[in-house]
Design a protein around this ligand. Structure first.
Ligand SMILES: [Zn+2]
Length: 79
């Protein structure tokens, strides 16, 4: 998958190792669509979320069913 603009900027300003770390964490953040129950990671939709806390609510369209609604961004815990 191509990197989004904000992800490219992030890559430009960080080391390779740090960027991998940011990517790993951004992938854990995401939302689960209430329509089709599909999990979408924040990274997949071009987002960067690193060292962040809280659960922001943002409007996103589900890439699978295209339904646009307010989504609670949450983080999957590492097992
Ligand atoms: Zn969906």
């Amino acid at each position: 998958m191509k990197l989004s603009k904000s992800q490219k900027i992030m890559r430009f300003f960080t080391s390779k190792e740090r960027f991998a770390e940011i990517k790993k964490e951004s992938i854990q953040w995401g939302f689960t669509c209430e329509e089709c129950k599909e999990r979408t990671s924040f990274w997949d939709i071009g987002g960067v979320r690193y060292k962040a806390t809280g659960n922001p609510i943002m409007q996103f369209a589900c890439p699978k069913c295209k339904v646009k609604r307010l989504q609670t961004i949450n983080k999957l815990e590492e097992k």
